[in-house]
Every structure is written in structure tokens, then in C-alpha cells.
Design a protein around this ligand. Sequence first.
Ligand code: CTP
Length: 409
Amino acid sequence: MSVLNGKNILLGVTGGIAAYKAAFLVRLLVKKGANVRVVMTESAKEFVTPLTLSTLSKNEVFSSFTEENDSTSFKEPKWNNHVALALWADLFLIAPATANTLSKMSTGNCDNLLLACYLSAKCPVYYAPAMDLDMYKHPTTEQDFKKLDSFGNIQIPAAFGELASGLVGQGRMAEPEEIVSFLERDLLKSLPLRGKKFLITAGPTYEAIDPVRFIGNHSSGKMGYAIAEVAAKLGAEVTLVSGPVNLKLENDSIKILSVTSAEEMYNAVHLHFNNCDVGILSAAVADYRPAEIASQKIKKKDNEDDLSLQLTKTKDILASLGKIKKNQFLVGFALETQNEEENAKLKLKKKNLDLIVLNSLRDKGAGFKTDTNKITLISKDNKVIPFPVKSKKEVAKDILEYIIDQIHA
Ligand code: CTP
């Protein structure tokens, strides 16, 4: 999945011949899963129509501070709120950026809606210059580039090639494909978990009794899957060891290892732990399994009302990692029904964890099958941080934000 997926992108189109490429740009960004809105200058409309860009972006295109009235029925002029547009954006891409617009951006000139959005934007601003070679080399343009870069704007350099004037040189706007991969590379670079390897467990385990029966639990895996998705979105390289669940991953960069029993989960986890930076064990692993697995289906006996199963302890995966961990940040979960904080603190210590995520089954909105959870984070130095009920995705963000702070501290 592209890092642009789900991102709100405000595309600013200014009046140069390369504006026709904005149509391809919008299409590519939408294909990557981005939400695209377009703001264009009046002169950009000479090169590409608002209708084309609004059809491709599936959104209204803005170019003036007020909406034009149509000729058939009189409507109150509508104010196009540049502040709201700029705040909506996760990133503002100005492509093509003409010499005229760049010069206005560098001096704070604000005579159109696009420039008002630029001045209001708090998100990263990328610009792809497009102009003739001599304009590109002109000292004022060079000064503008320097100034804009010093403001924190990010330039997507123009390419060398044949220009609309027929001359050959630098000034051609980067191709839409190049612009999109530039954005992807740059966004990936700034992700807080880039380069970090995460090992996550999720779901229940099934412990076989005979070929058709097992001991299991009600874990849906939703919490672990949400952590895996959010971590991957934040740039982590994620390996997810999953028990049997009915869930699909959205992010195809996550490596999934499907297991059934506690023993299989133990083996899969140990295969990857040495190589990871963070281990988050959210699976609801069976603490006991049948001592023997019957090779044939156990038949009902007419003369016996009771059946006893001999159970034996499974290996505690989390505790085993606590024993061998070196620099890894190790996180466990504790699902408790009484003396919650005390029990969680004991587990944290006993299993040598850096963090424990406590869920209490007494809390409404917490637990196995729900889409929400209510957690308390307890750190190695016994700091207790309670959170309100939130969606499991939001909870995953809270947990990961805490981990990011710790591993970057
Ligand atoms: N866990 C594990 N392997 C097991 C049992 C538990 O890795 N065999 C992990 C879980 O993934 C979780 C943590 O240990 O992160 C706590 O699990 P929990 O069942 O709450 O604790 P237990 O230590 O099993 O204690 P109890 O069931 O008695 O509360």
C-alpha cells in the first residue's frame, strides 16, 4: 500500500503549459488512494479545465475566493474558505509552479486563492517548478528557490529536456510519475518507525483435543491487527504472527505468519525475535493444552457420563522473550478481571517487559470481540497512564505513540 493512501492532498495548479499534466497527476494520486482537492489560478484554466480536474479528483475545484454565480439562477456568492482548505491538507503540492507564483510565494504576495492557501498551510508544501530554461536560471528565480527552501518548502526539481519554447534545457516540470514517487520517498523518510522491525502476535491459539476438536478462546485478533496496520503505516517493517482469525490485512507490506497452536506460535516468534526492534505480544495464547492429542475422534461412551482431559502448561512465549531479550523493546498485554493494576505490574516484572497494556474485563467497551478497547499503559518504571474507551485503531495509535517516544528517547 502506498504511503499516500488516505492522505489529503491539496494540489495547486498554476498557469504554465505543464498544467495539462495536472490531469495525469490527479489520476495517479487518486489511484494511490489519496483524497485530492484542486485549487488553481485563473491563468491555469487556460491550459486545463476545472471540469477535467474535478471529474478526475471527484471533488469541486476552487479558483476564486467566492463561487461564481451561474447565469440561469441567482445564488448567493459562496465564500471559499482558504484556511479550511489548507488545514484539510496533509500535504500541499504546487505543480506546475510557475516563476510568477514562486516569486509571489517567496514574498508573501496573496492575490489569489492558491496563494492564500499557501500562506495558511501548516502541512508540508512541495512545489514542482516549470518554466523556460532562462527563467529557471535567472538570479531572481534562484533567489526564490533559496528563500522557499529556507521556509521549509520542498522542491521537486525540474527536469532537463525539450521545453514548450522549442529550446532544450532545465525547466521542464518533473513527470507526474516522478512527482508521485518523489512524494512517496520523501514521506517514507519522515515516518517515525522507518527502519524499525516489529514482531507482533495476535488472535487466539487453538489447542487440539482430537482431529476435530480444540480448546480455544474468544479473541478476535482485532487489537493485534490494528497495531500491525498502524505500525506499518508509520513506516515499520512488520511481521505478524497470527492465530486463527477472520480478519484481512489492508497493508500488503505486512508479513503474516499464520499459526494454530501455542507451540507453533512460540516457534514462529522465536524465529524472528532476534532480528526485531520491538515485540508486541497481544495474542491470547492458551495457557494449557491437552497433554495428549487423540489420533482419532474421541467417541461418546454410553456407559460414562464424565470425560476428563489431562491438560499441561503451554510455553509462555512472552516470558521466554523477556529472558533472552537484548535491546528489544518488549510489550505484553494483561487481561484482568480483578486487582488489575497490581496483577499487571507483577506480570510486567515477572516477564521482564518494557511496557504492559492492561485491559480490564470490568471496563465497558474493553475486551475480546468489541471494536473498542479501554487500556492503561504501565511502564517499566511503574508509570500508570490510563486512556478512555476508543476504537481499537485509536488505541493502537496511543500504544505506538508511547513506544515511539520511548525508542527515540
Ligand atoms: N502470553 C504468551 N504466552 C502464553 C501466555 C501468555 O506470550 N503462553 C502473553 C500474552 O500474549 C500477553 C501476556 O502474555 O501478552 C499476558 O497474558 P495473560 O494470559 O494475561 O497472562 P498469563 O501470564 O497467562 O497469566 P494469567 O492467565 O494467569 O493471568
